[in-house]
Design a protein. Structure first.
Length: 310
């Protein structure tokens, strides 16, 4: 099954080549130029990603942090001035809680793996994020809900290992839909502070009818049960959503399906011009926007904690 990306690549190439040239004739000069340029960049990224794909097939296995000795006091440095202390009876925090950004979990898209996030991970690490991990869900997965359940178990494991009570999620394409389903339908809002989606079909996409034989692709269609579930009320959802979308995204049909429109969700839609679907996880401007969104959420959370303490 690991050959699936190579089998689906011709379909994606056909889409990237034919649609921009067909649409370019109907668009103003500037818009058609952006569309053609984004298609060329996406093709180059696809070629490079096919080479990198084997490096991300195996599941990531981060080393666990050493467990504190039962008789030991708080981890060294935990009592530094200005570091929040746990309330009486609360579980002892590991060193990174209150001392580092919350962990960021990355979720890839359909028939992909964690190798797609090579540049984004490097960017986050370079700017101070210590805990950045990627989760591979099996190419044999036939139900988005099962992938969301796997994500939930992984989030709990990351929280237990790092000592953080909440995490941030970044999902590309289908990965963003999995993250949203976990938060909105499986109670993940208790664990997830921010969900960032990149080219995710929040309202369903009409792309690739030839691939609709795959159950996951059918679940991304506008008339799917999963899309209907995500449209249901989600009162008191505590997670913030940030959705990056591009008019030049040839996999999102229509392009605006990558925007979140739900009355119960705190959601921000960020338009990025001239960026194709495959370029979203590797684009420098998008990476900067992701860092800004995560930092803003952290600042707001800190301000809320200060107000509640005062």
């Amino acid at each position: 099954m690991q050959a699936l990306p190579f089998l689906s690549a011709p379909l994606l190439i056909a889409r990237l080549v034919s649609t921009p040239f067909r649409c370019a004739r109907l668009l103003p000069n500037r818009a058609s130029s952006l569309l053609l340029r984004s298609a060329v960049v996406d093709l180059a990224i696809l070629a490079g990603h096919l080479l990198l794909y084997p490096t991300g097939i195996s599941q990531e296995r981060p080393l666990p942090l050493p467990a504190p000795h039962p008789a030991a006091g708080p981890p060294e440095g935990l009592l530094e001035p200005g570091i929040p202390q746990p309330a009486p009876g609360a579980p002892t925090m590991l060193p990174t809680e209150g001392r580092a950004h919350p962990p960021v979990l990355l979720l890839h898209g359909f028939i992909d793996n964690r190798s797609v996030f090579l540049l984004l991970r490097r960017s986050l690490h370079r700017h101070g994020w210590r805990h950045v991990e990627a989760l591979n869900y099996s190419p044999l997965t036939c139900d988005l809900r099962k992938a969301a359940e796997l994500l939930g178990r992984h989030v709990e494991e990351v929280c237990a290992r790092t000592g953080h009570r909440r995490v941030d999620l970044v999902g590309h394409s289908l990965g963003g839909l999995i993250a949203r389903y976990y938060v909105q339908r499986l109670g993940g809002d208790t664990r997830v502070r921010t969900v960032v989606t990149l080219g995710t079909p929040h309202s369903g996409t009409r792309i690739a009818p030839l691939l609709s034989a795959h159950p996951l692709v059918r679940q991304m269609r506008p008339d799917s049960e999963v899309i209907a579930e995500l449209a249901r009320p989600a009162p008191n959802c505590r997670t913030q959503f940030v959705a990056f979308w591009s008019a030049e995204d040839q996999v999102m049909v229509p392009a605006t399906t990558a925007k979140i429109s739900h009355p119960d969700l705190l959601a921000y839609n960020v338009h990025v011009a001239g960026v194709g679907h495959l370029a979203l996880p590797v684009n420098g401007t998008v990476a900067a926007g992701i860092r800004e969104a995560l930092t803003a959420a952290e600042t707001a959370e800190g301000a809320a904690d200060t107000i509640s303490v005062a």
